[in-house]
Design a protein around this ligand. Structure first.
Ligand code: FES
Length: 104
């Protein structure tokens, strides 16, 4: 059972931005693409790279791992190319009163 966690003010995120968010043991990546906010695990499923040091492709809605360049779909967490084969966990997001919330 999870709960909604307040993350940041909506106005602090521009399209193409990524921010780190840690909650308990979880390392979360918050990203904004084409006015939609996504939340996924932040650590690459291949070899423990931090995806917040990679880059977002807004047209593909992906984040690219900086270490071996696997791209992950921000909607469903699926890797779109090798070497990563496992999906990132994704989290629901919601905007309330100017704040971003993530269900963790
Ligand atoms: S650590 Fe991310 S693709 Fe290898």
């Amino acid at each position: 059972m999870g709960s909604w966690i307040k993350v940041c003010e909506t106005k602090t995120l521009n399209n193409g931005d990524m921010i780190d968010f840690d909650h308990d043991e979880k390392k979360i990546l918050i990203s904004k693409v084409k006015n939609k906010i996504y939340a996924t695990d932040r650590i690459c499923t291949h070899a423990y790279a931090d995806l917040s040091t990679g880059f977002v492709n807004e047209d593909e809605r992906t984040v690219t791992c900086p270490l071996h360049m696997s791209r992950f779909n921000l909607e469903n967490g699926l890797p779109e190319n090798l070497p990563a084969e496992e999906s990132l966990k994704t989290y629901n997001t919601e905007l309330r009163d100017g704040w971003v919330y993530v269900f963790i």
